[in-house]
Ligand binder design. Structure first.
Ligand SMILES: [Zn+2]
Ligand SMILES: [Zn+2]
Length: 97
């Protein structure tokens, strides 16, 4: 089945994973960008993901391995941000002692 949104995102990404090291790998072989590619009409290999995972706007194309790592670190970042928000809520010092 054709997925129009998926195709539009992949076309903009030139059918290639848009991770440029955000997953923690250097992607040196691809000169800083992940080399995983997919092909027109083949809905596999790459997936549509929120652009903020790689500091981009809108939607981006990511391969499974980059997306997995990015989603994990995004969850960790969110958890950390929530902890910090809680600290702000209670104010410094209140939890100490
Ligand atoms: Zn990738
Ligand atoms: Zn990557």
């Amino acid at each position: 089945m054709r997925d129009v949104k998926w195709e539009a995102v992949m076309e903009a990404a030139e059918w290639r994973c848009q991770c440029t090291g955000h997953c923690g790998r250097s992607h040196r072989a691809g000169l800083g960008r992940c080399q995983r590619e997919t092909y027109s009409g083949m809905v596999s290999g790459l997936q549509v993901a929120p652009g903020d995972l790689v500091d981009a706007g809108g939607l981006v194309a990511l391969c499974d391995s980059c997306h997995g790592d990015l989603a994990r670190s995004a969850r960790a970042r969110r958890a950390q941000a929530e902890l910090e928000a809680q600290d702000d809520l209670f104010g410094p010092g209140l939890l100490a002692g």
